[in-house]
Design a protein around this ligand. Structure first.
Ligand code: PLP
Length: 404
């Protein structure tokens, strides 16, 4: 990987913050966009902007073609059997809400259970809690061990005749743990239970093959994979999506509307009510093509080096506590030092030009399990460098010095 060349593709990385070169280590929250993605958005708005699937005129047909090509790019990226199984949404959150709403409406009755884990993002907790209120379902929770790994023996105990779905994250946005989703899917399917994989923190780091995994649903956000904000993906097996009722009503999701009754469009459009963010969808395909060119294997190998380098250097700092010490991790380190509040650490690092995330990371139940309020989180992308990690380490040491 030619990092210098890669960094040149991301103009924002040359920005300064308080007169210092930006060190952007908040990639778990959102990734920066390569110039080709921003240019593609610009190109669509300047040359090809027209509503999709609605017009016979040339611009509308061009925009429609590009958006449908983008669907195929996503399909191939995750190796979905059919583009009918790729639904565009606003992001991971909307994708999970869609499944929670429509799956539960079709398949869940009062007392039925959905299994999640202690390390889920709020999107994969609250979406189901809403269904607890609406439909009387219950959430069961897979615990984690002291390394921040899922306790799979406990999962087996949680499964019962009432279990309707297991919904877990592939990679924890706090601990960085890569969960053994192949094993989880195997256990679930042995019990005839479908599985939703939250790939918000894995799709940008690991090769994801939905056929190999045999997952039933998989969700991710465009903005975390170097694409635009406001666009995301839901992959679902056709056998489930066909049976699930629409999530929202409106244009494009219908076949025929009358006051006597309405029939719905076929997949994937049944789940895409209203005007989609087609420029976003098209630019998401540009982002995917960009990272495919670099190669996810090279990305993972390089990011693993950054993770190891940073972990080693942080560990040397007195009073350092790293949250998430699994042998299977990717691109995320959460930590606290001594009694220094995570906000203080984050604000002082910011003054040095270093952007990290602080707080509960939308994982308050996990914070409760860890017995803390929040952490400082550094999360890496393939455009980060060891020199930037050195700056982080120096910065953390300086803050520690200030609090001595
Ligand atoms: N799931 C995980 C694991 C995440 O890390 C995030 C965002 O940080 C989400 C879900 C929600 O993603 P979005 O806000 O893009 O919908």
């Amino acid at each position: 990987m030619n990092i210098e060349q890669i960094r040149a593709d991301f103009p924002i990385l040359s920005e300064t913050v308080y007169g210092k070169p930006l060190v952007y280590l908040d990639n778990g929250a959102t990734t920066q966009k390569p110039e080709c993605v921003v240019r593609e958005l610009e190109r669509i708005y300047y040359t090809t902007n027209a509503n999709v699937h609605r017009g016979v005129h040339r611009l509308s047909q061009q925009a429609t073609d590009l958006a449908e090509v983008a669907r195929v790019v996503v399909q191939q990226f995750i190796n979905a059997p059919s583009s009918r199984e790729v639904i565009f949404t606003r992001g991971t959150t909307e994708s999970i809400n869609l499944v929670a709403h429509s799956f539960c409406q079709q398949f869940c009755k009062e007392g039925d259970e959905i299994i999640v884990s202690e390390m889920e993002h709020h999107a994969n907790i609250v979406s189901w809690q809403l269904q607890e209120t609406i439909r009387g379902i219950k959430l069961r929770v897979i615990p984690i061990n002291e390394k921040g790994e899922l306790q799979l023996d406990e999962l087996e105990k949680l499964i019962s005749a009432k279990t309707r779905l297991i919904s877990v994250t592939h990679v924890s946005n706090v601990l960085g743990t890569i969960n053994p989703i192949e094993k989880i899917i195997e256990i679930a399917h042995r019990n005839d239970i479908p599985v939703l994989i939250d790939a918000a923190q894995s799709i940008q780091h690991l090769t994801v093959d939905v056929q190999k995994l045999d997952c039933d649903f998989l969700v991710f956000s465009g903005h975390k994979v170097y694409g635009p904000n406001g666009v995301g993906v839901l992959y679902g097996k056709e056998k489930w999506l066909e049976q699930m009722p629409p999530y929202q009503g409106g244009g494009e999701m219908i076949k025929q509307v009358s006051f006597k009754g309405t029939t719905f469009n076929e997949l994937p459009f049944k789940f895409e009510a209203g005007t989609p963010d087609y420029p976003g969808v098209i630019a998401l395909a540009t982002a995917i093509n960009y990272i495919k060119k670099i190669g996810l294997d090279s990305i993972k190998a390089y990011e693993d080096q950054l993770l190891e380098y940073c972990t080693d250097k942080l560990t040397d700092i007195e009073g350092m506590r790293i949250y998430g010490t699994s042998g299977q991790k990717c691109s995320v380190i959460s930590f606290l030092v001594g009694n220094i509040h995570h906000y203080d650490m984050g604000m002082l690092l910011d003054k040095m030009g270093i952007a990290v995330r602080t707080g509960h990371h939308c994982a308050q139940p996990l914070m409760d399990v860890l017995g803390i309020e929040g952490t400082v989180r550094a999360s890496f992308a393939f455009y980060n460098t060891k020199e930037e990690i050195d700056k982080l380490i120096d910065g953390v040491k300086r803050v520690v010095g200030m609090f001595k």
